[in-house]
Write a protein that binds this ligand. Structure first.
Ligand code: SF4
Length: 336
């Protein structure tokens, strides 16, 4: 039997509309993310994320760079939202996440957002819709999902997030999102402040992760095509000089469940403010102004062993495209 996303039942029962209304109401005094800016985004007041009432879409396409069990042959239909609630000094996507004013030119209606989803499903034949950096646009995303349901959306929805999410919002996404794909960035609040500009990243990302785990558990549901349709896959980008605090992060994840699925990434490269030759750089920024070393990456892979984390993938050293078979195959991935 083919996988039926639970959001279709929420749509049929009217619950999706109720959730969309609750989320939209939050925009009136915005507490969509933990920054809790309290601006009225329904009236296009903007704050930290430089985002008003309409979603900003920088681009959308069939994307082939996600984890193998998501990408398949036709790719994930990624919709890249513009701007962001974090300000990572090394953002690997800063052209779309931090060109604040320019990005506002890419505002779209919820109807247009729904059309993009249907194009990715029906014309590009993507296996799933992947919302990239969705946190600040959850209300618009859910309204667009509702519109798209009406005209045949039926593939899984991936929430590809920096994990600085509000738990109240995540609760409203229960049953709407099929696959959570959070990137857990740090285990030390000072790192979150120095590198992403928020004082409580660790606190909120851990609460968010626990909520995602509550909704999904550690099992991944796969379809007949062998691709993941539902579950939680946790990303972790290794930073130079252990600024991502990998040991603590992986320990915390194994404490939730050692059966959780990990995606450990080696692809970090210094960019954005870190590599800007004109920017004044603190000692902390200089610490991440290089790629990671093979020895550092090897240590992180050893930590996976230490905490018994056996499910998932680890990228080849410094590669974006290939995954170490010895980690992925040590146990059968997605066997559950
Ligand atoms: S989504 Fe934007 S406006 Fe709303 S609380 Fe977060 S940063 Fe502030």
């Amino acid at each position: 039997m083919s996988y039926k996303p639970p959001y279709l039942d929420l749509y049929a029962s009217g619950e999706l509309r109720i959730r969309a209304e609750k989320l939209e109401a939050m925009l009136a005094s915005c507490n969509i993310c933990p920054l809790d800016c309290k601006v009225n985004r329904l009236k296009d007041e903007i704050a930290r994320c430089y985002s008003g009432n309409k979603a900003i879409v920088s681009s959308y396409c069939a994307h082939f760079g996600e984890e193998p069990a998501l990408t398949g042959t036709n790719g994930v239909g990624n919709i890249f939202f513009g701007n962001c609630n974090l300000r990572c000094v090394y953002c690997q996507n800063f052209e779309i996440s931090q060109r604040w004013k320019e990005e506002r030119r890419n505002e779209v209606t919820n109807e247009r957002l729904a059309e993009m989803m249907l194009e990715l499903q029906n014309e590009k034949k993507c296996h799933a819709i992947g919302f990239v950096s969705p946190t600040h646009f959850v209300p618009q995303m859910v309204q667009a999902i509702e519109i798209a349901c009406e005209v045949g959306l039926n593939i899984p929805i991936i929430y590809n997030t920096n994990a600085y999410d509000s738990v109240e919002v995540l609760k409203l996404l229960d049953g709407i999102i099929d696959i959570y794909l959070p990137d857990i960035k740090y285990s030390d609040e000072q790192a979150g402040y120095d590198y992403s500009g928020v004082k409580d990243y660790v606190k909120h990302s851990h609460i968010a992760l626990r909520e995602m785990y509550r909704q999904m558990g550690s099992n991944l549901v796969c379809g007949a095509d062998g691709l993941v349709k539902r579950g939680l896959i946790i990303r972790h980008l290794v930073l130079p000089n252990d600024m991502a605090g990998s040991d603590e992060t992986l320990k915390m994840i194994s404490g939730l469940s050692p059966d959780l699925t990990l995606s450990v990434m080696s692809q970090y490269y210094p960019t954005n403010r870190v590599s800007d030759i004109n920017a004044e750089k603190s000692h902390r920024i200089l610490l991440i102004n290089r790629r990671i070393r093979e020895r550092e990456y090897g240590k992180v892979l050893e930590i996976l062993d230490k905490y018994g984390l056996e499910n998932g993938w680890a990228q080849e050293f410094e590669s974006q495209d290939y995954y170490r078979p010895d980690f992925a195959d040590r146990v059968e991935p997605f066997k559950k």
